[in-house]
Design a protein around this ligand. Structure first.
Ligand code: MD3
Ligand code: FE
Length: 225
């Protein structure tokens, strides 16, 4: 029989059981989850993200095939990832405003370098940050990230807000994906042989998070050129 004290009520999020703790989980050679790596800077990262979004609002892009993406996106840095009927590309200008994307906040650049270093990729200097917002029900189907010219650099991602199930496949679309839970504050670094694996996000479940409300945000830091 268990004699240790039991909590009176379950935590709002099972993920909060581990709040403030680091759990590192290698996925494959070159890919590692740095569990909770951003926990102590999540509020600052979120605030910096909001200043970016004031200049370059989130929007639902259209795929080359004509579908409206359920994820809403924006960017900061020298280049931003965009999609429209003509295809995918990194563009130095925001098509909504015609102006350059907002500058990458210094906190973003420093944070991405620190996370990359922790995963064994020293000297990472991102020139693009894609901001993804998933409201409940939003998803990202299996894809590869291949639009970056510098394919030797890793990609660093930070999850904020509602949790999600990340799909981690192999080099071929048909490879059956593993499912990895990503919670608020988790950071994942993808480089080396893992850089071109197929990946996606299952539909985000209903919920609210104290920092982000009814949404999951993901920042991905990239070196495009
Ligand atoms: C693995 N974003 O923006 S982050 C994307 O949670 C993207 O919003 C997801 O996939 C998200 O392209 C997943 C993790 C991620 C990002 C880029 C990768 C994993 C990756 C590139 C190569 C391999
Ligand atoms: Fe991706």
């Amino acid at each position: 029989m268990r004699s240790d004290p039991q909590p009176l009520s379950p935590p709002a999020f099972a993920d909060d059981l581990f709040a403030g703790e680091r759990r590192d989980q290698p996925l494959d050679p070159g890919a590692i989850v740095l569990g909770g790596f951003a926990s102590d800077r999540a509020q600052a990262l979120f605030a910096a993200m909001e200043t970016v979004l004031a200049d370059a609002p989130l929007r639902h892009l259209i795929t080359p095939g004509g579908w409206r993406m359920s994820v809403a996106m924006s960017n900061c840095g020298t280049f931003g990832w965009v999609s429209d009927r003509s295809g995918y590309r990194y563009d130095p200008a925001d098509p909504l405003s015609g102006r350059r994307w907002p500058a990458m906040p210094a906190l973003f650049t420093a944070f991405a370098a620190e996370a990359a270093t922790a995963a064994g990729f020293a000297g990472f200097v991102p020139d693009a940050c894609l901001i993804n917002r998933y409201e409940p029900g939003a998803r990202l189907s299996l894809h590869q990230d291949r639009d970056e010219r510098d394919q030797s650099a890793p990609i660093v991602s930070v999850s904020l807000g509602l949790p999600a199930t990340f799909l981690w496949g192999g080099p071929e679309r048909r490879d059956r994906p593993r499912r990895v839970r990503l919670a608020h504050g988790d950071v994942v670094v993808w480089g080396g042989p893992a850089r071109f694996a197929f990946h996606g996000i299952d539909p985000v479940a209903d919920g609210t998070h104290p920092l982000t409300g009814a949404a999951r945000y993901n920042l991905t830091f990239r070196k495009v050129y």
